[in-house]
Design a protein around this ligand. Structure first.
Ligand SMILES: NC(=O)C1=CN([C@@H]2O[C@H](COP(=O)(O)OP(=O)(O)OC[C@H]3O[C@@H](n4cnc5c(N)ncnc54)[C@H](O)[C@@H]3O)[C@@H](O)[C@H]2O)C=CC1
Ligand SMILES: N/C(=C\C=C\C(=O)O)C(=O)O
Length: 524
């Protein structure tokens, strides 16, 4: 069976490999990923950019860490303007051929890529877990299946778009619209759901006939690089998908500022989105910005707590709380507040933190040391403000194997007795931390839920259908899940209001974003 060649060795094998590597470390690297460099006695996986259908080495590299151990295990190209120039040239040359293909032909290529990713599901899941810190179980059941689904979904939806036509018989005119791909799409994705969010952008962009330059997060580049190994076999022509690795300020900005890249789709933080907006403004680029959240869960006294509690534990702590849709403010109606709190804390304590390969773990390691420190700093701040930490960080003890003691783990943490204007209730923490507070009335909770700058997602728990509709309509969020969380219908618009973003993604929305529309009038 073919593998994607993710050759990071451990134990004895690694020692032998390191020894071999030491004998040839002066030789130039030739084969992406397989040839490694020295760091102490460890052999490192070394990635290369993928430009014009070929793996291309870079002049300098960034260390990438295994979040579960804190060890450097991979080197990521530290690309810049030069690599973006080469990628633009390749994407420009590939555009006429790719955009001229029929939607059916492009659809077949996307289906083949989906099949190939699916055949490598286990290998990709292991790699995603190692690179990101999430459990292998989550990568196996969510990240990689959804990446496959992204290609299948857009392979199908691209076949079903129609355009508009209107008549003006009194002046003898017929009007209609046509759509065309925009050109070279710049795609910038984050580290929390690496392949999942990268493919959510690549699939609709190429389905619509664009060529792309993607820049994954420098913290989690491995599965994007593995996907590149499948592109040729899937029938993606050289230059249609180019992946350039490196940091935001260096290669990300070079991509955003390039005058021949008319469109940027970005998922990540609000400050970065601000910078991207500034850099794009002189070129009037099309922008889709999918940003953070401070998502409320509103739990009314008639909620079914048996369903609400496990789902709210999951919505708070899934993927270490590192999903923009995670719940971080839980408003509970006063009459059930104590009961909820007690049961919620009990259920949170069952949300096991473990090494990513542990099948019984619900949560793995956070993405980086810096991020772990940032998340912890919020808890410290809450404590100094007089809030109570009911479980997790600083309250319970985390037990880890010796090899993982330097990993970026922390326990899921529940905070209460906290004011709405505390930074823990206002800012995106993006970690396994959630705040629980009581409320009295429907109007009050809507006002408090809406009182933050973000507007991405909310959950509402009640058995009163009328109330659910009323509250859902008044919440200032792009998504509202009632009596559930993160059930995705990929056809429908996905995205946020206020500081949570600009634009929507989904079947029709992504198609509209990745194409330009033109109105044509025929006088007959
Ligand atoms: N979808 C979401 O809501 C996400 C939110 N975040 C939030 O952002 C915080 C910081 O995480 P970061 O990784 O620093 O997010 P970020 O927004 O800086 O990174 C996201 C992507 O943007 C790129 N990038 C960074 N600076 C750039 C620039 N100047 N120009 C072009 N591209 C640039 C990064 O390399 C990465 O590929 C997290 O703590 C979390 O609060 C992070 C990831 C996803
Ligand atoms: N954009 C994010 C999640 C998207 C989930 C989905 O499309 O289902 C994020 O966490 O950044």
């Amino acid at each position: 069976m073919r593998t994607l060649g993710l050759e990071v060795r451990t134990g004895l094998t690694q020692g032998r490999e390191a020894c071999r590597e030491s004998q040839r470390e002066q030789l130039p690297r030739r084969k992406a990923g397989v040839v490694s460099t020295m760091a102490g006695t460890k052999a490192l996986l070394t990635l290369e950019n993928f430009i014009n259908g070929k793996f291309v080495p870079c002049n300098s590299y960034i260390d990438s860490y295994d979040p579960s151990t804190g060890d450097v295990y991979c080197r990521v190209p530290n690309s810049g303007e030069e690599e973006i120039e080469a990628a633009v040239e390749a994407a420009r040359a590939a555009f006429p051929g790719w955009s001229a293909r029929s939607p059916q032909e492009r659809s077949q290529v996307l289906h083949r890529l989906a099949d190939l990713l699916e055949q490598s599901l286990e290998e990709l899941a292991q790699a995603e877990s190692r690179d990101q810190g999430k459990t292998i179980t989550l990568a196996r059941t969510m990240d990689i299946p959804r990446s496959v689904q992204n290609f299948r979904f857009f392979a199908s939806s691209i076949l079903h778009h129609t355009s508009e036509c209107t008549q003006m018989d009194h002046v003898g005119c017929l009007h209609y619209t046509v759509r065309a791909p925009v050109g070279i799409a710049g795609l910038i994705s984050p580290w929390n759901l690496p392949l999942y969010l990268l493919t959510w952008k690549v699939a609709p962009a190429i389905a619509a006939g664009n060529t792309v330059i993607a820049k994954p997060s420098e913290l989690t580049s491995v599965t994007a690089w593995m996907m590149c190994k499948l592109l040729e076999r899937a029938g993606v022509p050289p230059g249609v998908v180019n992946i350039v690795f490196g940091t935001g300020p260096r290669v990300g900005e070079a991509l955003v500022s390039h005058p021949e890249v008319p469109l940027i789709s970005f998922t990540g933080s609000q400050p970065t989105a601000e910078r991207i907006t500034q850099l794009s403004a002189p070129h009037c680029k099309k922008l889709s910005l999918e940003l953070g959240g401070k998502n409320p869960a509103i739990i009314f006294e008639d909620a079914n707590l048996e369903e609400c509690i496990p789902t709210t534990v999951k919505s708070s702590f899934a993927n270490q709380g590192e999903i923009c849709l995670c719940t971080s403010r839980i408003f509970v109606q006063k009459s059930i507040y104590s009961e909820f709190l007690e049961k919620f804390v009990e259920a949170t304590r069952m949300w096991k933190v473990g090494i990513p390969s542990d099948p019984s773990a619900s949560m793995g390691a956070l993405i980086s040391k810096a991020h772990l420190e940032k998340v912890r700093s919020y808890i410290k701040k809450a404590r100094t403000e007089g809030a109570r930490i009911l479980c997790g960080e600083g309250v319970d003890t985390l037990s880890l194997p010796p090899r993982n003691q330097a990993g970026y783990f922390m326990l899921p943490t529940v905070i209460t007795d906290i004011k709405d204007d505390s930074c823990c209730m206002k800012e995106e923490i993006f970690g396994p931390v959630t705040c629980v507070v009581p409320f009295d009335s429907e109007e009050e909770v809507i006002q408090r839920a809406n009182s933050v700058k973000y507007g991405l997602a909310a959950t509402v728990w009640s058995s009163n259908v009328g109330r659910i509709h009323r509250v859902a309509k008044k919440l200032q969020t792009g998504l509202v899940w009632t009596n559930c969380w993160l059930i995705r219908e990929l056809n429908l618009p996905f995205g946020g209001m206020k500081s949570s973003g600009v634009g929507r993604e989904g079947a029709k929305d992504s198609y509209e974003f990745f194409t330009e529309i033109k109105t044509i009038t025929i006088k007959h």
